[in-house]
Design a protein around this ligand. Sequence first.
Ligand code: SF4
Length: 370
Amino acid sequence: MSAPALNAPAERPGLWGWDRPRLEAWFVARGEPAYRARQVLSWLHRRGVEDVSAMTDLGRTSRAVLAASFATARRLPEAVFRSADGSEKAVFRLDGGATVEAVLIPEEGRNTLCVSSQAGCPIDCAFCATAARGFERNLEAHEIIAQVRWAIDRVGREGLTNVVFMGMGEPLANYRAVAAVCRLLLDPVAYGLSRRRVTVSTSGLVPQMHRLAEELDVALAVSFHAAHDVLRDRLVPLNRVHPLAEILAACRHYLACRPDRHVLVEYALLDGVNDSPDEARALARLLRGLAVKVNLIPFNPFPGSLFRRPEEGRVAAFQDVLTRAGVFSRVRRTRGGDIAAACGQLAGEVRDRRKHAPGAETPCPSPRAA
Ligand code: SF4
């Protein structure tokens, strides 16, 4: 048996996931000027150059140290599925074997990318295909950026107009990586997206909602799905840890920090469960006085799901109650249903449902334990 190679490189971090403050600190710690970070980010994210030796405005020593310290190879999708409506779903296989999915949705005048932030999801919402597959681990920032790069391959850098963290996982349970990706998406040296076009969604992880309000200038979407705690405890088990009153307080904090914003309220309509006019009235009362827009999402069934999609008449009646109460809402059109890419249908593949990657952030207080 041959001996292990001396000085074999340890596993290197993925350079694609390092945001500007972190990369500047890295260069400064090595006695180099902070502006090197801007140069590197521009090569990677603006020009799509992953070969460090081609970053010609860096000195030879800088390039050698960078190449030795970081992994720069891009992760490409294992498979891509195309919907008849023009949406595309990319499947990425991660180290460790799990798969995650990203969906690119072309619309009139814009292209929206829906990214995954976790392999599986620990929140366990009753109506969600991702939850049905269990939870494996948080994604690294570079694994989320790989999804962004795929979208740019498809529609170009200027063509990618919106990024929403609404794919697999609870984004705020992976705060560190999601925050790094948001900073890269907003950074003019990297992607330069408008702060209104980067949306982070949450099922109500309240401490991280407060943190996001203070630290990140992005749009916030909150999945309510019910207007009272008894029902929400059933649909979103995290509610037993952070009930609606706490979530509303966190929304107020966000709006106080970002007075020019509104909160996007996500509400999946489940036939006979939360779609009655009474529920709509309760939702309107709950949201009174808050700057919100409501997204109504008629449930998209998946194999084995226990819920049904309401008929259009019930959806229209629900929306009508909100409108009369002065709450703006729109009904989200189903996209990518024929490739299991519609809202709530992303499932991926999780190899070990109990496993946490070493060093991964604690996903969230366990609703099951509550
Ligand atoms: S709806 Fe979102 S938060 Fe809930 S289990 Fe599915 S992916 Fe997780």
